[in-house]
Design a protein around this ligand. Structure first.
Ligand SMILES: *[C@@H]1O[C@H](CO)[C@@H](O)[C@H](O)[C@H]1NC(C)=O
Ligand SMILES: *[C@@H]1O[C@H](CO)[C@@H](O)[C@H](O)[C@H]1NC(C)=O
Ligand SMILES: *[C@@H]1O[C@H](CO)[C@@H](O)[C@H](O)[C@H]1NC(C)=O
Length: 461
């Protein structure tokens, strides 16, 4: 007979990641993980909330409460203890139309949250976890296609609100006109908005920070006040060869997802062009055989006399960082701790490739140079996995899918929302960092698998 402890060891070994020991810790009374996960060496992680309604953006308010935008429900507030565990939860805003964007003003008195059409400001009391009257800040964002409207209140420019609206379809030619109000990021001085809100595409209210930005769901402000955006690039990419005039399918290896530095929100660069719908960024040049390009260069899908590789090279802004195609980055956050110059990136993942890819939170090392954050080794700086599913190749069967990221004030705890599994994780440095150290048997919540699968199938970000 096998001793009990050995059986337990064998079970654990079965699920142990190859790269690191899963520091799968727990909060007292916290949920078991919906899917087996692994965390980088020297870090620990545990779900702190489960069964939420598709949690998207997360933010920590001025009193250290965690706020979660739950799609189809509203905003929930959670009192957090010193370990990053939840003490108490409450519904702050009951509004099923809120679907993605959320930020908390550093004055501690207001929140901003978005539906596909409107960015609202809510009066807010962080001590009571209660919201009061709301007003419209930015309106007129409803459109076809991508429906998240990410909102960011810059900490160094607190009178401003940065809002991102994606394209109306995969290749949205109409969005090349900035008056369309699609595929662009704008910065609004909230002190000068109309009483009932200003239209997103009103150039007097919203100054363009970038256009041709196909779907920048993730926005972040670095320590120096610069806004960075992470863009989701085109599906089903192809190249019409300028040599043979034949169509080559290049979508498995191209184009890159990409991060751009947009500058300060109070001095937006109205001519910052991120390429869409005409120019996309090379990740792997191998399948593009008619010309010689490098990773990070632009290419046109179907070059002609107007829009071609040369036009793209001279008109589109170079990304600061490129990521593998289809990983679907939905948020970025900069490290908060004094010595933490990393960029944290959440990838929602996709299996619109030969193998599922993404479905994790990763770290890109960087440095502050000339008043701005830059990746430590240039445009191809490699990433390391921070929080990942145990077996990414199985993600077509169901996985957690990271969306929003938020650090607490000291940068000790990183909160990670996963919409498909209805979870929020806390991730922190150190092994055994939680009060009640416990290995969770990786419990697959069968009930979560089917909805997760169907949701993934819908292909929506
Ligand atoms: C989710 O809710 C179900 C039914 O109420 C419950 O059985 C399950 O334990 C909950 N899971 C989590 C992770 O809280
Ligand atoms: C604005 O962005 C473009 C990239 O599209 C860049 O070439 C230009 O130098 C920027 N202008 C300023 C003033 O930063
Ligand atoms: C060039 O290609 C673009 C995008 O495919 C298209 O909209 C435009 O009409 C084309 N122009 C010419 C001159 O063929």
């Amino acid at each position: 007979m096998v001793p009990r402890s050995l059986t337990a060891l064998a079970v654990f070994a079965l699920f142990a990641p190859t790269t690191s020991l899963a520091a799968t810790l727990s909060c007292n009374g916290g949920p078991a993980p919906a899917f087996p996960f692994k965390v980088a060496d020297g870090w620990s992680a545990t779900p702190i909330l489960g069964n939420l309604s598709r949690p998207r953006s997360v933010v920590v308010d001025t009193k250290g409460n965690l706020l979660v935008l739950e799609r189809g429900k509203g905003i929930t507030g959670h009192k957090i203890d010193d370990n990053g565990c939840v003490k108490e939860s409450k519904v702050v805003v009951d509004d099923p139309n809120l679907n993605h964007g959320l930020d908390a003003h550093p004055d501690g008195k207001t929140l901003v949250a978005s539906t596909p059409d409107i960015a609202y400001e809510f009066q807010y009391d962080p001590d009571k976890l209660e919201a009061g009257a709301r007003k419209q800040l930015v309106i007129g964002m409803q459109g076809p296609g991508h429906n998240t409207r990410t909102v960011l209140i810059p900490r160094k420019n607190t009178d401003y609100l940065v809002v991102s609206v994606g394209s109306g379809e995969n290749i949205d030619e109409g969005a090349f006109q900035t008056s369309s109000g699609r595929a662009q990021i704008r910065s609004f001085n909230t002190k000068t908005l109309s009483v009932d809100g200003s239209a997103f595409s009103d150039d007097n209210a919203g100054k363009i920070m970038a256009f041709g930005m196909r779907n920048a769901v993730g926005l972040a402000e670095d320590r120096e006040g610069n806004i960075h955006a992470i863009d989701n690039s085109v599906d089903d990419a192809y190249r019409v060869s300028i040599v043979t005039n034949t169509v080559i399918d290049i979508h498995d290896d191209n184009p890159a997802e990409k991060v751009y530095i947009l500058g300060q929100p109070n001095a937006p660069n109205g001519s910052f062009f991120a390429g869409a719908p005409y120019c996309y960024t090379v990740f792997d040049p191998t399948p593009i055989t008619d010309v010689t390009l490098q990773p990070g260069d632009y290419f046109a899908l179907q070059p002609n006399s107007t829009f071609n590789d040369g036009w793209c090279a001279s008109n589109a802004a170079r990304p600061e960082l490129i990521l593998a195609p289809h990983v679907a980055p939905l948020d970025i956050k900069f490290g908060v701790k004094k010595d933490d110059d990393n960029l944290y990136v959440s990838l929602h993942g996709s299996y619109n490739t030969d193998e599922p890819i993404g479905y994790k939170v990763m770290i890109v090392s960087g440095k502050y140079d000339g008043g701005k954050w830059t990746p430590s080794a240039g445009i191809q700086t490699p990433s390391t996995d921070l929080l990942a599913n145990q077996d990414e190749s199985n993600c077509d069967e169901g996985c957690f899918r990271p969306v929003g990221l938020a650090f607490d004030k000291d940068g000790e705890h990183l909160f990670v929302a996963s919409d498909t599994s209805g979870e929020v994780f806390v991730v922190k440095k150190g092994n055994g960092a939680f009060s009640s150290f416990k290995h969770h048997p990786p419990a697959i919540a069968v009930a979560l698998v089917l909805p997760a699968f169907l949701y993934a199938l819908s292909g929506l970000l």
